[in-house]
Write a protein that binds this ligand. Structure first.
Ligand SMILES: Cc1cc2nc3c(=O)[nH]c(=O)nc-3n(C[C@H](O)[C@H](O)[C@H](O)COP(=O)(O)OP(=O)(O)OC[C@H]3O[C@@H](n4cnc5c(N)ncnc54)[C@H](O)[C@@H]3O)c2cc1C
Length: 371
């Protein structure tokens, strides 16, 4: 195995691979990424891939906006589908949806307010009698999480990074407040900089008990349903505040998700991987309510994964974190994919230049939880 690196990245999900891509684009040599299984074998592979700027925090919205530009630029490689994103609401939640809509307009980003009639015109399959309006982002949609991660990985590899698959990091090594490298099941890799990007496994590997990471893994579910034959379809990525339904087409199926309770999981390798029957029934009920012509849709498969939550639902991207040379990107709280290009770039700039240049990730510092 390679024995030295300038930067060692732990984890080959979309975050670790985006970081490797951007570090090598900035000219960093000898980047080594260590992945215990294969590239994109963790939570990224289960992601719905939604990319929309309708999000609560303006800081995060800026990251998503930048990332959407990246997905547009690399649309083919990331299998980006700019099919439009429609976010509908009833009267109760309308004030908060309008607030986000106004924020997007103030930032100069696209967002169109639609009446129920305009919504029906855009998507004739929808039932709109209990809706008061919604927002529409024509250039949003979804990207393929596995294709995107492989694109990042391949870009990094072509610029000289080593991606070591099937290598498990056992420990991040430090001495006298300084990172030394990583101990793996195949030997020691010496590196002055180590980045922890191990998704729900990050807690297990964090080497600095003096600065605990406030992360809690929770079990989340989505499913895929077939589309009844002959359904006239207008492709859209869609979220419904009334039922909690979210969905987008994916080949001959629709990804169908539902806002649901999340149960804490204390061992990321030991949790119930079977989708809950009541989740499936709830998702089907919400789909049939909002898209009556989809009532015959049948579940094809269920996916159960882990969301690595922080207390405020925003990730931790920070470093050096208590140890010279130690950086963390974790805690994406079930929503990191859409910002992954900007997050990888930002952290790469922090490591290389000591400061952010293109996107600002200061709001993701760990210290915000101690104020
Ligand atoms: C069901 C589901 C749906 C989602 N839908 C969306 C969505 O629509 N839009 C959106 O923006 N976000 C979504 N997300 C969130 C998004 O997918 C995640 O935020 C993102 O994929 C996290 O990437 P990651 O690289 O941090 O983690 P991971 O992809 O889990 O990568 C971590 C990697 O580290 C590796 N690893 C772990 N331990 C070790 C070790 N000891 N040594 C070496 N390697 C190790 C793992 O094998 C894994 O490959 C969803 C998440 C889930 C679970």
């Amino acid at each position: 195995m390679i024995t030295t690196a300038s930067v060692a990245i732990v984890g080959g999900g979309v975050m670790g691979c985006s970081l490797a891509y951007h570090l090598t684009a900035l000219g960093v040599q000898d980047v080594v990424l260590l992945e215990r299984q294969g590239i994109c074998s963790g939570e990224t592979a289960k992601s719905g891939g939604f990319v929309q700027t309708h999000w609560s925090s303006s800081h995060e919205v800026r990251l998503i906006h930048w990332s959407r530009g990246f997905f547009q630029e690399w649309a083919q490689a990331c299998q980006y589908q700019p099919i439009g994103y429609l976010h509908v609401t009833g009267a109760e939640k309308e004030p908060s949806v309008r607030e986000t809509h106004e924020m997007l307009l103030q930032l100069g980003f696209e967002s169109n307010w639609l009446s129920p009639r305009e919504i029906k015109k855009l998507q004739p399959l929808l039932r709109v009698d209990d809706l008061s309006g919604g927002t529409y982002e024509p250039s949003s949609g979804w990207a393929h999480p596995v294709a995107t991660t492989r694109f990042f990985a391949e870009g990094a590899r072509q610029r000289g990074a080593s991606l070591l698959e099937g290598v498990r990091v056992l420990q991040i090594a430090q001495r006298s407040g300084k990172i030394q490298g990583v101990e793996t099941d195949q030997g020691f890799l010496s590196a002055p900089v180590v980045v922890l990007a191990a998704g729900p496994w990050s807690l297990q590997l964090h080497p600095n008990p003096a600065l605990p990471l406030p992360l809690l893994n929770k079990r989340g579910q989505v499913c895929y349903m077939n589309r009844p034959a002959g359904l006239p379809r207008k492709e859209l990525a869609f979220y419904d505040e009334v039922t909690g339904l979210y969905t987008h087409p994916d080949g001959d199926t629709n990804l169908v998700g539902l806002d649901w309770h999340f149960e804490p999981v204390f061992g990321p390798d030991h949790y119930d991987g079977e989708i809950d029957q009541d989740y499936l029934e709830g998702a089907h009920g919400a789909l049939s309510h909002r898209f009556p012509s989809m009532a015959q849709a049948q579940p094809i498969k269920g996916l159960v994964g882990l969301y690595d939550f922080t207390p405020d639902g925003h990730p931790i991207v920070d470093g050096p974190l208590g140890l010279e040379g130690y950086y963390v990107m974790a805690g994406f709280s079930g929503a990191g994919f859409k910002s992954s290009p900007a997050l990888g770039l930002g952290l790469a700039e922090l490591i290389v230049h000591g400061q952010y240049r293109t996107v600002n990730l200061d709001f993701l510092k760990l210290s915000r939880f101690r104020c």
